[in-house]
Ligand binder design. Structure first.
Ligand code: FES
Length: 130
């Protein structure tokens, strides 16, 4: 059901883990399936210098969260080096394109990555304004 690229990323996801004392943290869940994704960001001068994720979810959720964290992917969706406002523009459609597609019934899983990034950036911005 998944293409080879998705399977490769799923089998060898990048940047798995949690950043201690993260500057931004985003946790989202899919109420339908119960899958959960957490992204933690290290941010210096509004620029993302490190990103890690933990995903308790399906193959598509793991592959999309890894892809949005990966230095080897297209610069348009690679979080590392982006400003926080640039990170807010990453869409699940871009991540799916980088993975060369997901089965239609799995497209919704890719939304978790986009939402987790947005929440992590919002968390960072809220802390800046505290
Ligand atoms: Fe839950 Fe994919 S089935 S995120």
């Amino acid at each position: 059901m998944y293409n080879q690229k998705v399977m490769d990323v799923f089998a060898n996801p990048h940047n798995v883990g949690v950043i201690e004392n993260a500057d931004g943290e985003g946790v989202v869940g899919n109420p339908t399936c119960g899958d959960i994704m957490k992204i933690t960001l290290k941010i210096e001068n509004d620029r993302i210098v490190d990103a890690k994720f933990q995903t308790f979810g399906c193959t598509a959720a793991i592959a999309t969260s890894s892809t949005a964290n990966d230095m080897s992917v297209s610069p348009e969706i690679n979080l590392l080096g982006k400003t926080v406002d640039e990170a807010l523009k990453i869409t699940n459609a871009q991540v799916v394109e980088e993975l060369e597609g997901l089965p239609p019934q799995k497209l919704h899983c890719s939304v978790l990555a986009e939402e987790a990034i947005k929440k992590a950036v919002e968390d960072y911005k809220a802390k800046q304004n505290a």
